[in-house]
Design a protein around this ligand. Structure first.
Ligand code: ZN
Length: 182
């Protein structure tokens, strides 16, 4: 009986998680607000968000922090080390919408950086336009991962104009997709 009582909340939790679905239609021509897409994304079980910087820092500007800040209607925090400029930036809804579509298409992935972290001096990360991903469909990004090329191709089809991955300098273990400045 004791064992049953212990398992009951776990069972309820599993049931609850089952309601979080990453499927559904994206067919809509209405402009999509960053906040509502971010709420969908943070609840999507296909996507994980690194809770710290790749450098190991906890500075409130991790991928998880950025998606939570956007879901709460706030600007996303940038880091303040290396070439990172500090301050805050709104995440671009075109990028968020593309990430949502990739999850809906069945991709699972781990996001390591959005507006936070230290990148090249003029990086689009600082403008809320870029995303880094280091795992796709349970596999680390690298030459041995069969998914990242098609994934980056989908990013381009969904509007990304700067896509980098294995073979590009500094991107042997993650992919980078960035949307154009407006
Ligand atoms: Zn990047």
């Amino acid at each position: 009986m004791k064992r049953f009582i212990l398992f009951l909340p776990l069972f309820a939790l599993a049931l609850g998680a089952g309601f979080v679905s990453c499927s559904g239609s994206s067919a809509s021509s209405r402009p999509v607000r960053a906040e509502s897409v971010a709420i969908w994304l943070k609840n999507c079980t296909n996507i994980t968000w690194l809770p710290r910087q790749v450098s190991g820092r906890y500075d409130g500007a991790s991928a998880r922090d950025n998606i939570n800040q956007t879901a709460a209607g706030h600007a996303a925090k940038r880091s303040s080390y290396g070439t990172a400029p500090g301050g805050y930036v709104r995440l671009d809804p075109r990028m968020l919408r593309a990430v949502k579509i990739l999850a809906e298409e069945g991709y699972s992935f781990n996001v390591t950086s959005i507006a936070g972290g230290s990148h090249s001096r003029t990086s689009r990360h600082y403008a809320g336009l870029a995303i880094d991903i280091n795992r796709i469909n349970g596999r680390h990004v690298g030459y041995g991962n069969p998914y990242w090329r098609k994934f980056l191709q989908r990013c381009r089809e969904l509007g990304a104009t700067e896509t980098l991955g294995p073979g590009d300098r500094g991107h042997s273990t993650h992919i980078h997709a960035a949307w154009p400045r407006t």
